[in-house]
Design a binder for this molecule. Sequence first.
Ligand code: PBG
Length: 325
Amino acid sequence: MIKRPRRLRGGETIRKMVRETRMDKSSLIYPMFVQEGTGREDEIPSMPGQFRYTLDRLPYELERLAKAGVGSVMLFGIPDHKDEIASQAYAQDGIVQRALQVGKEKFPELYYITDVCLCEYTSHGHCGMLCGHEVENDSTLDLLAKTALSHVQAGADMVAPSDMMDGRVLAIRRMLDKNGHKEIPIMSYAVKYASAFYGPFREAADSAPAFGDRKSYQMDPHNSREGVKEALLDVDEGADIIMVKPALSYLDMITKVKEVTNVPVAAYSVSGEYAMVKAAAQKGWIDEERIMCEMAVSTYRAGAQIYLTYYAKELAKCMDEGRIG
Ligand code: PBG
């Protein structure tokens, strides 16, 4: 035998030397939930270790992130008031808008990304305007663009539309540019599947649709070429970063999108992925840290350059200690 792959696995030093996937904390984004009220940090039952923060509690978590070396957050808002037209999504004093003001004042060095969607703010829980039981595409675009603009005016460094309406990246780009925000990047949830993995999130954000499902706007998990189409469309509309979501069951799409576009590719390890790991770990059935690391490594290996994960702080620690990356 001349070729022996095991030669390069003989010890820790050589194994680390030949690693093909390198990760860095600067590529982590931590998704977090902000809610109305004061003095509360409510743990999300299906996501142990994740909380809904009132704005007075938010700085404590931001401090923990900054200390862990996680430099970016993605904010999700949970309003008190929901209506047909999602008015709290674009209200100047909406929950996300005020969270941005608090964050920017206390921790200006962190990078603030906002999820732009209406489902947390509509009384019916759909991501757009309704006409009967149909989610209407074009009338939703204005509201999404208004929402994005209000986030940027409140201090967002980047906006991330997650609604899956057609044409929303262009609508948001035009609105931002018209108002002097040419420099603000858009990270598009371009390849977003209609997934059962969002279950715990919908509990956390109280955003489950009151009737029907999201299959008329989010993608069918059977489709791969359609994901390529979505990614290319969003790049044409001006998306600066393309996201694939969920991550673990869609690693093939991360690789594909990376091949067909020339923009950075992000992947979102969603609430259901986190909940599965937590639940199995609590039963003592898996090694939580090793599973968390392996999921992260495989996502980067598939081609993601940016990783959104509820495990951001814990992963940062593993990276610091050289266990992965
Ligand atoms: C809003 C949105 C959702 C998630 C991110 N943005 C929920 C959904 O589309 O139903 C899911 C995130 C997660 O599950 O962690 N549309």
